[in-house]
Ligand binder design. Structure first.
Ligand code: IPM
Ligand code: MN
Length: 347
């Protein structure tokens, strides 16, 4: 029987409950489709940091390299460990080390979910650059603590990095409705963003079947609210994509529904799947975290592994649950009830 080795990093807060839920659903789907998922839980988290002084062991990246995929819950508990330490100790280094340069985030309304907009028929695929740009980590501080203190943080845009994320976007657009929106701020940022626009224009010539539109990030923010149905594939830099995908989460009914896949398209290292939401320490002990974003991310993992039928079965089951208004409103159902509804729809 075909078997996949999955690293499970529940992480912090509600990450634990949503990964438990997701694992139950994925395991059921795998059995149904005739393959095995072999999960290895890794306790890397803020708890782990308090015990060991690091978010993951020194050889954590090497350990992960041996898996077919990584399923991650959420990282961060700012009251215990500063976010700048926890995220730079676990989530962000994995994205970079494994060249997971395409962060894919789908935004559409599941049946039964009432979004805040009048529009309901949108289907946006945000593709966020995930290894460089504003998150490159290039910078420093001098004259610390004095009146002359200076902090510098420089965005890094490389030809290789920009070209590969845009190319990935063009390929996705080709498989979907053939429209690509490239997001920059080239009216104000005249080096990196003009560079991005130039690469977009050059690639557009290779994809005559894809309709390309350039948007500035501010206009894109407005468009996602006013005319989301006009968008198909949206490609943006790391920080712009981060911001736009919280907006995407909002228009799809909230962070409880926003899934993501950190993909290494060349498959030279494992890809990682995680809900867009964070660890939500404030609701961690209430048992009401919505597992749907994590389960949807799990379906994206099955898709990436080539288990398309199982991935579709999971999404059909999620949609059957939400169509019955299970898990569609924050706090209305327990995590376990939502999971049970998805499991029963899976059969
Ligand atoms: C996300 C998150 C992370 C990011 C944080 C937790 C560092 O907001 O995945 O969108 O900014 O990438
Ligand atoms: Mn974010």
């Amino acid at each position: 029987m075909k078997s996949y080795k999955i690293a499970l990093i529940p992480g912090d807060g509600i990450g634990v409950a949503v990964i438990d839920a997701t694992w139950e659903v994925l395991d059921r789907a795998a059995r149904g489709a005739g393959f095995r998922l072999e999960g290895t839980p890794l306790p890397w988290s803020c708890d782990f940091y308090e015990k060991t002084g690091a978010m993951m062991p020194a050889d954590g990246i090497e350990t992960l390299r041996g898996f077919d995929a990584i399923l991650l819950g959420a990282v961060g508990w700012p009251a215990r460990v500063p976010d700048s330490v926890s995220l730079h100790g676990l989530l962000l280094p994995i994205r970079k080390a494994f060249v997971q340069y395409a962060n894919i985030r789908p935004h559409r309304l599941l049946p039964g979910v009432q979004g805040p907009l009048r529009a309901s028929a949108f289907d946006i695929l945000c593709i966020r650059e995930n290894t460089e740009g504003e998150y490159a980590g290039a910078g420093g501080r001098v004259h610390n603590g004095t009146a002359d203190e200076v902090a510098v943080e420089t965005s890094i845009f490389t030809r290789k990095g920009v070209e590969r994320i845009l190319r990935f976007g063009f390929e996705q657009a080709r498989k979907r409705r053939g429209k690509l929106a490239s997001v920059t701020k080239s009216n104000a940022q005249k080096y990196s963003m003009v560079f991005w626009d130039e690469i977009t224009a050059r690639l557009a010539a290779e994809y005559p079947d894809v309709e390309v539109t350039n948007y500035h990030i501010d206009a894109m923010a407005a468009r996602m609210v006013m005319a989301p149905e006009s968008l198909d594939v949206v490609v943006a830099s790391n920080l712009f994509g981060d911001i736009l995908t919280d907006l995407g989460a909002a228009i799809q009914g909230g962070l409880g529904f926003a899934a993501s896949a950190n993909i290494n398209p060349e498959r030279s290292a494992p890809s990682m799947f995680e809900p867009v939401h964070g660890s939500a320490p404030d609701i961690t002990h209430l048992g009401i975290a919505n597992p749907i974003a994590a389960i949807w991310s799990g379906a994206m993992m099955l898709e990436h592994l080539g288990e398309t039928a199982a991935a579709e079965a999971v999404m059909t089951a999620v949609e059957a649950a939400t169509a019955r208004s299970i898990g569609t409103e924050p706090g209305k159902h327990k995590t376990t009830d939502i999971t049970a509804a998805v499991l029963s729809a899976l059969g």
